[in-house]
Design a protein around this ligand. Sequence first.
Ligand SMILES: Cc1cc2nc3c(=O)[nH]c(=O)nc-3n(C[C@H](O)[C@H](O)[C@H](O)COP(=O)(O)O)c2cc1C
Length: 186
Amino acid sequence: MAQGRRAALAILEHGPRRPGADAAQATAPKRVVVVADSIGGRTRAVADSLGHVLAGSGATVTVVRLQEATPALLADADLLVVGTWTEGLVVANVGPSRAVRRWLAGLPPLSGLRAVVFCTSAVAPKGTLATMRRALEERGAKVVADAAFGPRDATARAEELGGALRSLLWPVAPRAAAGGVRAVAR
Ligand SMILES: Cc1cc2nc3c(=O)[nH]c(=O)nc-3n(C[C@H](O)[C@H](O)[C@H](O)COP(=O)(O)O)c2cc1C
């Protein structure tokens, strides 16, 4: 069980390489945009949970639905988190929701923007995360972590991912009072 949980959460790169507190703090994301597509609420709950953990790092976190994730909002971000539910026929055509596929296809250039992808699924996400990662990297984003959430324990595991991201992206002591979740749209 614990092994499966670890396997589903991958920190893909280690960025800032602790060159010193000032340099690390200088590259820490200050504005985080979490975009989530959710029908039944599970993906949204993971997005909200992640948003709250990341807000404790001192970043300003904005959690929005797909239609609210405008190019202007993305242009203002230091870290983009994209979440989707898994849509398919369980064994075939499995991937991000069709809405997320369309949204990814319409993204502007994201040159160098750090990104995290996650998905929720009832059975298996198959290539969902890889599809999202590829689409973001094709636009120049740098995907630093991904995570798949199965039918159980999604909220607890979202907090686990949030904690891992905090260590990765905010290597200096968190400034808990400085950040906050700016907008949580339902
Ligand atoms: C039309 C439809 C197709 C789905 N296809 C799959 C699938 O192929 N594989 C899978 O593991 N889950 C599949 N699911 C389950 C959802 O991905 C899963 O329940 C997800 O957590 C729902 O997220 P949400 O509550 O944010 O909408 C499907 C759900 C729906 C409604």
